[in-house]
Design a protein around this ligand. Structure first.
Ligand SMILES: [Zn+2]
Length: 491
């Protein structure tokens, strides 16, 4: 019998991303989320007889953006197909999708593995599909249907079966979310359903080229759930094979409460969509000028931005990774850095200072308050002004932490807080001398230790002096004065 470790999983992911267009894919209805049910509808998205869909060109722009960003080949001509099935939340009886001749094919997305190496995950295709409506079951009256989402544009990004572990799947999804948010085509919110993922998973003996029978796992609504569901399904398949059984091709639904993936009832998965080309829509023909226009408007992508942060700004690779994980955070960091001035000789120093504040303090507050950086109460230029107060010696780094908390709480500017609370840093040597005298006089046992050659006790004196000065002492002057006074006692 083979051990668990002698099998390898083979995983392919299908990611649905809801596009951030103002209007639906084939009519002028708003895509706004959270409005009164069944208000964003018209005869076109309800599929009334005699209506004709008209393609929203922004949808094509958005698909081209992700296609170019993932190095896909863009089809000069692609067609729309009807995906037919019967369901209460689908008044038309079909979704407009793409089946044969999708818009983007044969691309790749790069992920960074823990050991520092990079791995390419192939992209089979990226195509467009309109969303269906929503059945709402949790009402005491009955099941109700909201068709506001009918016709909202989605893209489906289908990967090659190149993923070899649940963690790689997590890294891939993280990169997909990063890409679509950088491109401004999707808000990337998996919990709210703007990003959805299904997985195809099989296992095979290590070294084998042939694929095992795959199952499809659906209903995973967070990145963490994808990882857990895949871990579960891989274990289940290996166990089944080891027990002499066979993996059946089937669709499983992840149950996040019970941590199990259970088979869908067979009736539910017996779908035959009878795809055929939509007779109401002409093929989309995307010429070079269109592609080049979109290419010219592509923003700097996450990997390029991270590499620039590391090479141009001299930031450690770790900082560059954390700062570019989210586009808005990277923008906030760059705005803070810009607020520190354009002096090229201080560029690296300023970058590290801004990075430290954003990575530790700003991100901590965001996670405590569970808010996105665009709702962070301290604008980047205000954070920059505060960092400048540290740089010019107005406040100490220690006091700055206090000022920062106050800025978050009151939205005041740093200089106003410093003035109001009397937090100016004390660099005046005679004032510090006075405090140092008191500290030395009050701690003779430690003085004896110092004179006996114990240099570690020096930090104790620094701490006591700073405490006595309520953190306002200039650390460099405090250190200098203490060292001079303690050394003088040796003579
Ligand atoms: Zn409509």
């Amino acid at each position: 019998m083979k051990s668990n470790g002698s099998y390898e999983p083979v995983i392919g992911l299908e990611v649905h991303a809801q596009l951030l267009t103002q209007t639906k894919a084939f009519c002028g209805c708003s895509t706004r989320f959270g409005v009164e049910p069944n208000t964003n509808v018209c005869p076109v998205c309800l599929g009334m007889p005699g209506t004709l869909p008209v393609l929203n060109h922004t949808v094509v722009d958005f698909i081209l953006r992700i296609g170019l960003a993932t190095h896909c080949r863009i089809a000069a001509r692609s067609i729309f197909a009807r995906k037919n099935y019967f369901y209460p939340d689908l008044p038309k009886g079909y979704q407009i999708s793409q089946y044969e001749e999708p818009m983007c094919v044969q691309g790749s997305i790069e992920i960074d593995l823990e050991d520092g190496s990079r791995k390419e995950i192939g992209i089979t295709r990226i195509h467009m599909e309109e969303d269906a409506g929503k059945s709402i079951h949790d009402l005491s009256v009955d099941t109700m249907v909201d068709v506001n989402r009918c016709g909202v544009p989605l893209i489906e990004i289908v990967s090659e079966p190149d993923i070899r572990s649940p963690h790689e799947a997590y890294l891939y999804l993280t990169r997909v979310r990063q890409l679509v948010t950088y491109l401004g085509i999707c808000d990337g919110n998996m919990e709210e359903g703007s990003l959805r993922c299904d997985a195809n998973v099989s296992v095979r003996p290590k070294g084998s080229e042939a694929f095992g029978t795959k199952t499809e796992v659906k209903n995973m609504n967070s990145f963490r759930n994808v990882e857990r569901a895949l871990e579960f399904e891989i274990r289940r398949q290996i166990q089944l094979i080891q027990d002499g059984g066979r993996v059946e091709q089937e669709t499983l639904l992840w149950d996040a409460n019970q941590n199990v993936a259970l088979p869908m009832r067979s009736k539910e998965q017996a779908h035959d969509y009878r795809y055929f080309p939509d007779p109401d829509l002409v093929p989309v023909e995307v010429g070079e000028p269109w592609i080049e226009r979109v290419r010219a408007q592509l923003p700097e992508l996450p990997v390029a931005r991270r590499d620039r942060f590391a090479s141009d700004l001299g930031l450690p690779r770790y900082d560059a990774d954390v700062l570019t994980a989210e586009k808005d955070v990277a923008d906030y960091f760059e705005a803070t850095l810009a607020g520190l001035g354009a002096d090229a000789t201080r560029r690296t120093e300023n970058a590290k200072a801004a990075s430290n504040w954003v990575m530790t303090d700003v991100l901590r507050v965001l996670s405590e308050k569970k808010i996105p950086v665009r709702d962070f109460p301290v604008p980047a230029r205000s954070l920059a002004s505060m960092i400048r107060l540290i740089q010019d010696g107005t406040i100490s780094g220690k006091i700055a932490k206090e000022v920062f908390e106050e800025m978050v709480a009151t939205h005041e500017e740093a200089k106003d807080i410093v003035q109001r609370k009397g937090l100016l840093q004390v660099s005046d040597v005679s004032a510090i001398e006075e405090v140092v005298s008191l500290v030395i006089a009050a701690n003779s046992p430690q003085v004896q230790k110092y004179l006996g050659g114990n240099d570690k006790v020096f930090a104790f004196f620094v701490g006591e002096t700073m405490k006595a000065m309520k953190g306002k002492g200039n650390p460099k002057v405090v250190n200098d004065v203490l060292r001079r006074r303690l050394e003088a006692l040796k003579k």
